[in-house]
Write a protein that binds this ligand. Structure first.
Ligand code: ADP
Ligand code: ADP
Length: 230
């Protein structure tokens, strides 16, 4: 069951930079795919084309059966099915942690207050932050904020999760607490695409590692083969 299918995608930015040069990739249900490579190689652009945060110049992207870059596709609906976590946590600063998790389910999915709150508290418990539900994001450490951001994405019950360098903005000692949450999610069978520099995470958790360079995928491999060089 293929959930993500990228075919022959090219992307040139307005300034002429070719960020993606004929990229093709499929992700099956339940797979964890890590995208690695040097800075500027197109990893973030590729991830962002998957929920149309970035338009493409040519090619085709299908996510959950929807043609993402077809103007007829209901992107708001698609984005509720695709969770995204960014490097900078992007929480609503003037909302409590609990409100950060209940807002979209209540407004977009029209879920009742009680049920939204229950789901939010359950997810906060999963990421180890149930006791912080009345805090504001600014009162939390970076690692805690990113765990809230993951829980907030999960509150929409997404079928796929996209992570764009989720630990890059964290102090080194906070990286592990976020990776642990992601590992647990992977173990539950969540389909995940993760742009990361954390090679240890890629080796331990990824089903496949996609290596990018200069806008191209240079190889795709199972992590055990990739990291032993055989
Ligand atoms: P990575 O995530 O691997 O660091 P990016 O996808 O961010 O790579 O960037 C790929 C290339 O596209 C880089 O050369 C970068 O400078 C360029 N780029 C990224 N975003 C933009 C933008 N909004 N406008 C112009 N060029 C961009
Ligand atoms: P954790 O055990 O999750 O890593 P920390 O050691 O980062 O937690 O933080 C302990 C407490 O200090 C947190 O509950 C948080 O409220 C507060 N705290 C930590 N870092 C910051 C920060 N940069 N800004 C504000 N509060 C912080």
């Amino acid at each position: 069951d293929v959930l993500i299918e990228v075919r022959g995608v090219c992307k040139t930015y307005a300034n002429g930079v070719v960020a993606l040069d004929d990229v093709s990739l499929t992700v099956e249900k339940g797979e964890v795919v890590c995208i690695v490579g040097p800075s500027g190689s197109g990893k973030s652009t590729l991830l962002r084309t998957l929920n149309a945060l970035e338009p493409i110049s040519s090619g085709d992207v299908r996510v959950l059966g929807e043609r993402v870059h077809d103007p007829r596709t209901d992107l708001n609906r698609l984005r509720t099915r695709v969770g995204m976590v960014f490097q900078s946590f992007n929480l609503f600063p003037h909302r409590t942690v609990l409100e950060n998790l209940t807002l979209a389910p209540r407004i977009v999915q029209r879920i009742g207050d009680v049920q939204a709150r229950e789901r939010a508290l359950h997810l906060l418990d999963k990421v180890g932050l149930a006791d912080k539900h009345n805090h504001y994001p600014g009162q939390l450490s970076g690692g805690q904020q990113q765990r809230v951001a993951i829980a907030r994405a999960l509150a929409m019950n997404p079928e796929v999760m996209l992570f764009d360098e989720p630990t890059s903005a964290l102090d080194p000692e906070k990286v592990g607490e976020v990776l642990d949450v992601m590992k647990a999610l992977a173990a539950e069978g969540m389909t995940m695409c993760v742009v990361t520099h954390e090679m240890g995470f890629a080796r331990a958790v990824a089903d496949r590692v996609v290596f990018m360079e200069s806008g191209r995928i240079t190889h795709v491999d199972a992590p055990e083969r990739f990291f032993t060089g055989s």
